[in-house]
Every structure is written in C-alpha cells, then in structure tokens.
Design a protein around this ligand. Structure first.
Ligand code: ADE
Length: 236
C-alpha cells in the first residue's frame, strides 16, 4: 500500500513516522509519504489559502492548490482513493479502516484554518472522513489517527500476525470491544486477576473473553458466566 498524507505541516508527523508499526510496515514494502501542499502551489509567495467568498472569519485552502499537489504527485493519470478529513464526514470505524487498508494506494488530505474550498470535497475527494463529532484546530491529528488505523492493518506492521485480527471492533470480535487483559503480578495491593485466566483451561478462557467482550458492548447484562469479575473494564 502507498499512503500519501498531504499537509501544510509535514514536521508535525515526524514522531508518527518513527513509530514501530509505521517503520515495520515500511520495511515490509508499504510506503508512507508526507506531501506538502506548498511544494506545488501555483500561487505566488507559496500561498495556499484565501479569504472565503461571502466574507467571514478564517481562511480557506484553495482548490487549485490541492489539485496542483495531487497532479504533482500522481501526474495527469489516475489518482488513488482520496480521503478529505473534515468533522462533517463519515465517522471513521473499523469497517472503513478495512476498506481503506485493502486499497493499493490512498491519499489523505489534511487541512487547517476553515478547511478546504468545497470543490475539493466535491471534485477531488472520494470520501469525507471524520474521526469524531468534535472540531480540532487542524487535520494533522485526524490524519495520524486515520493513517495509524490503516497502517496497523498492513503487512509487517504488528509483530504478532494475529493481533490485528482479534482486537476491539474487528470482525473476529463481532464488532464488539475487546476483552480485558491482565499480566503479572497475579495480585497487587489486593487487586486480583480473574481466576479463569490463571486456570490454563483454554476453552474456559475463550468463553470468559467472549462474555467480557459482550458485557462491554452491553449485549450481555451482568452475567459473568460463572467466572468471577464483577463488571467489565473496571480498574479492580
Ligand atoms: N478536522 C478538524 N476536526 C476534525 C475531525 N473531528 N475529524 C476530521 N477532521 C477534522
């Protein structure tokens, strides 16, 4: 997969690119590239934005700037699936992550200020995506959220090939949150670990985890399946 993140602030992504799943996915053959709109802007002085028609506060990223950046990277030919980040978009979920991570290439358009000229949404993007119903100052954090969810699905990103399969909200978990995890010590300040996890009985462990996942999802009401733990996901 080739992932291109278009941004006005490539330096904001330095930390992200150094993270293990990203490095591992890249080592395994995927690409994660940062693309700065300013490198292709046709506007004098490296400008990328302008005042909104009709007046109002803030600046709007120009459609010709975004188009020039996409053409600069992909040429005049076919462009990859292009996602514009906006609080008003389709809310990111596991199904969308699965869809995007199956693409050969994805372009993520991250904005700032008042966002993009709406023609970017209408004519240049295939998807409008939000990371949640709240407004952030810019698209950098949403771009990292989206990129990380996608990168985690790419070959090589995670050490254990099973781990992205059975995690919260995945198909293997029936779309439910994952079960709680515990590790040593078995008792700390009187806080114990559910006995079933120490039993070595894989079938009982499997059933307990399934029940915990259902409890967290609100599918199951207070039934711990005979194995002790009063409520899901409480710090004991
Ligand atoms: N830009 C600002 N807020 C956002 C959000 N919640 N999702 C995606 N892009 C955004």
């Amino acid at each position: 997969m080739k992932l291109d993140i278009f941004t006005l602030f490539p330096e904001a992504f330095e930390w992200f690119l150094e993270q293990r799943p990203v490095r591992k996915a890249v080592e395994a053959g995927s690409e994660v590239n940062l693309r700065d709109y300013r490198d292709w802007t046709p506007i004098k002085g490296g400008r990328v934005d302008d005042a909104p028609y009709g007046g109002g506060a803030g600046m709007v990223i120009r459609v010709d700037v975004v188009d020039a950046a996409l053409t600069g990277v992909y040429g005049a030919g076919e462009r990859p699936r292009t996602v514009v980040l906006t609080p008003a978009g389709r809310q990111l979920d596991d199904a969308l992550v699965s869809e995007l991570s199956a693409e050969p290439a994805v372009a993520i358009l991250s904005g700032r200020y008042e966002g993009f000229d709406h023609r970017v949404h209408e004519h240049l993007a295939d998807d409008e995506v939000s990371i949640g119903p709240y407004v952030l100052a810019g698209g950098e954090i949403p771009a990292m959220v989206l990129a990380e969810t996608v990168v985690r699905r790419l070959p090589g990103a995670l050490g254990d090939p099973e781990s992205p399969i059975e995690e919260s909200f995945s198909e293997a978990m029936g779309g439910r949150p994952e079960y709680p995890h515990y590790t040593r010590p078995p008792e700390y300040r009187g806080w114990g670990v559910p006995e079933v996890l120490l039993s070595g009985d894989h079938e009982r462990v499997r059933r307990w985890r399934e029940q915990q996942s259902e409890l967290r999802a609100g599918v199951r009401q207070g039934d711990s399946g005979g194995d002790s733990v009063a409520s899901p996901d409480r710090h004991p």
